[in-house]
Design a protein around this ligand. Structure first.
Ligand SMILES: NC(=O)c1ccc[n+]([C@@H]2O[C@H](COP(=O)([O-])OP(=O)(O)OC[C@H]3O[C@@H](n4cnc5c(N)ncnc54)[C@H](OP(=O)(O)O)[C@@H]3O)[C@@H](O)[C@H]2O)c1
Length: 256
């Protein structure tokens, strides 16, 4: 039995992954933004070991959730699933002065990765939309440009890959992989999403617990349990280091 933490698991693919892992007999710790959503999660998955609480758009909550996670004990795997989608109509600025989309999609997984006791396996949710991401890493907070939600989302999903591969290089004993779940019909994916929802959580679960040799890779990007092509920029070591440096500067948290 493995112990797995899943961020942003009050709905969608995070909850689906939690449900499947619990069915398989694993111990699952879920996460919700507030007490009301935590109640919903406990009702949806009463077998969950615990539900951690915190709105991951602020640095204070990222620290707090990491602390709750560490206090609960070590995890075998963490699925960094939390995310906002490509249809955010405007730039929302957090109390830390950051773009909310970037804070939730990129900084939260970075800070939790850095502050939590290292698990054996890390899984990050990217997206096919990463291929439209801007690899200049300029103006990540959208302070100097007109908001474009789809572009901003694509950028964060490229950043998630830089984070995944950067962590895989820095921590060779930890398996750090990313997943494209397909475009599926969750609240984020929308009613018209064409891919198979019943497959959308399977690769994350497989990477979290399977001993299949293919699931024991590190520094890979998977779709339906197979490695797939990634934008070449995601494998650029200098770009990975720059993204990690930016996250360290913005958060004050180092990834040692
Ligand atoms: N669906 C797709 O087609 C698709 C495609 C590619 C990649 N992905 C990736 O897959 C992951 C999961 O997406 P999904 O489709 O399952 O999305 P979803 O149904 O919208 O679920 C997102 C989850 O994240 C939580 N969340 C969002 N902001 C939060 C915050 N500030 N603090 C705490 N929790 C927060 C939500 O909580 P609430 O319910 O309280 O809002 C919800 O539990 C994301 O990283 C997404 O980028 C999805």
């Amino acid at each position: 039995m493995a112990r797995i933490f899943i961020t942003g698991s009050s709905d969608g693919l995070g909850l689906m992954a939690g449900q499947l892992l619990a069915e398989q007999g694993h111990s699952v710790v879920l996460h919700a933004r507030n007490e009301a959503r935590a109640e919903d999660v406990r009702a949806a998955l009463p077998q969950a070991e615990a539900v951690l609480i915190g709105d991951l758009s602020t640095l204070a909550a990222m620290h707090d959730v990491a602390q709750q996670a560490n206090a609960s004990g070590r995890f075998d795997a963490v699925i960094h699933n939390v995310g906002l989608g490509y249809r955010e109509p405007r730039r929302v600025e957090t109390s830390d002065g950051l773009s909310q989309l970037w804070a939730v999609n990129v900084l939260a997984p970075y800070v939790l990765t850095a502050l939590m006791q290292r698990p054996e396996r890390l899984i990050y949710l990217s997206s096919g939309m990463h291929s439209g991401g801007d690899d200049s890493l300029n103006d990540l907070q959208w302070a100097n440009r007109r908001w474009n939600g789809s572009q901003a989302y694509s950028d964060t999903k490229l950043h998630d890959l830089l984070l995944t591969f950067g962590v895989a290089r820095r921590w060779p004993t930890v398996r750090s992989n990313a997943v494209s779940p397909g475009w599926v019909k969750t609240r984020m994916g929308g009613a018209g999403a064409p891919d198979d929802l019943s497959q959308g959580h399977l690769t994350q679960v497989w990477l979290a617990v399977s001993d299949d040799p293919a699931a024991l890779e590190t520094g890979e990007y998977f779709y339906h349990q197979r490695p797939i092509k990634v934008l070449p920029a995601a494998h650029d070591h200098a770009l990975q280091d720059r993204l990690l440096d930016i996250c360290r500067e913005v958060s004050g948290v180092a990834l040692d």
